[in-house]
Design a protein around this ligand. Structure first.
Ligand code: PLP
Length: 393
């Protein structure tokens, strides 16, 4: 009889956001007139920009004409998009990449999850707590040993390695989901030095880099000296360009990472050419348009809109004297709720009609904290904060 992967038994019963959606649905069914404002799931609400839509339309038409139709594309992505990503890195971060180091995908989540395939299940994984649940769950699925390093108020939810830190695969997310905290260059240098010394690999999630406003903060781990020999970077157009439903991301695997004489870049190429047939041509043309000057200006306008929402939330918390991180270089605000996170979830939902995300859903160290997102409309964010203020004043 077929045997199942027993590691799945070690997962929490449901994915965090599915659990939240179910609770909101149940509350809504019991209270049909409740007007619930969702500041919970990290999904965008602004539509795709005009430049992107035009590119998608043009590419769709090409697919409908025999002379311009395209079948299977390159598994690693079309050269026209790799070139744009390469130029974007140079402009945005000063980092010089080779096209062979850029792997276009259908989003960061699948790459973050799939990349673990390249590593033995024997490896120890270092994961900051609290954290985006995908890192934890995908390693539980593979049966890897996970060591959590504590994020807390004292370290600003930006844990750093110390003499007791030991592990082989390190996940870092900056700007962080859920805390909105961002590592400085000096802090990332400590991680890079640690990884190079230990022979570890850093899996760096830069999905929110486009929200960074402070020019002194790193937008890519490759801005840090030494990162090319120890880090892989995952990036996404989901939050940068509103592609959560359109699906496109990219992963940077430097040619310089060699493990026991084996190139990680060539291993990932082998994996992708075997199990992935590329991101849709139409979508890659849409992604290409994101990186043109007109396209990126449109995306920045949407990002600004969310940043204004984050300011509305942050200024309410300032007024109420509530401790928080994030909100300036990130669409997330991580606040201290001084009670069990799920208790706070119920309180906000029932007394103010606001749905947020309990911090404990992101890890043990998240308990007592709560995540609000800046992705709703300005009007709804303002209304939610009016209700929030009334509840806590
Ligand atoms: N990485 C982080 C930290 C995220 O918060 C998210 C989405 O919420 C993703 C990756 C997923 O990105 P994508 O939509 O490209 O799969």
């Amino acid at each position: 009889m077929v045997k199942l992967n027993k590691n799945y038994n070690n997962l929490k019963k449901s994915y965090l956001f599915a659990g939240i959606a179910r609770r909101i649905k149940e509350y809504k069914e019991a209270n049909p007139s409740a007007d619930i404002i969702k500041l919970s799931i990290g999904d965008v609400t602004r539509p795709l920009t005009k430049t992107v839509v035009e590119a998608l339309e043009k590419a769709s038409k090409e697919m409908g004409a025999a002379e311009t139709f395209r079948g299977y594309g390159d598994e690693q992505g079309y050269a026209f998009l790799q070139e744009q990503i390469k130029n974007y890195y140079k402009r945005n971060t000063g980092v010089q990449l080779e096209s062979s180091e850029i792997f276009v995908s259908d989003g960061a989540k699948s790459d973050v999850g799939n990349f673990t395939e390249l590593f033995d299940t024997d490896n120890t994984v270092i994961i900051p707590d609290p954290v985006y649940p995908v890192y934890v769950d995908s390693n539980i699925m593979n049966g890897r040993h996970i060591v959590y390093i504590e994020g807390n108020e004292a370290n600003g939810f930006l844990p750093l390695p110390d003499q007791n830190t030991k592990g082989d695969i390190i996940y870092l997310c900056s700007p962080n989901n859920p805390t909105g905290a961002v590592y400085t260059k000096d802090q990332l240098k400590l991680w890079v030095d640690f990884a190079n010394k230990q022979g570890a690999v850093i899996l760096f999630d830069a999905a929110y880099e486009s929200f960074i406003t402070d020019d002194t903060l790193p937008r890519s781990i490759f801005e840090i000296e030494g990162a090319r020999t120890c880090a892989v970077e995952f990036c996404s157009l989901s939050k940068t360009a509103g592609f959560t439903g359109t699906r496109c991301g990219y992963t940077i695997v430097p040619e310089d990472i060699m493990i026991n004489g084996v190139s990680l870049n060539k291993m990932w190429l082998r994996r992708q050419t075997t199990k992935f047939n590329g991101t849709a041509y139409i979508i890659q043309r849409g992604a290409e348009a994101v990186f043109t000057s007109e396209g990126y200006a449109g995306c920045k306008e949407n990002i600004k809109y969310y940043q204004e929402n984050a300011k509305i939330i942050a200024s309410t918390l300032d007024k109420l004297g509530i401790w928080y991180t994030g909100g300036i270089n990130s669409p997330y605000i991580w606040l201290k709720c001084n009670m069990d996170s799920w208790e706070f979830f119920d309180l906000l939902l029932q007394k103010a009609g606001i749905a947020g995300t309990p911090g404990s859903g992101f890890g043990k160290c998240g308990d007592g904290y709560f995540r609000l997102t800046a992705f709703n409309t300005k009007e709804k964010t303002e209304e939610a904060m009016r209700r929030f203020e009334k509840l806590f004043i």
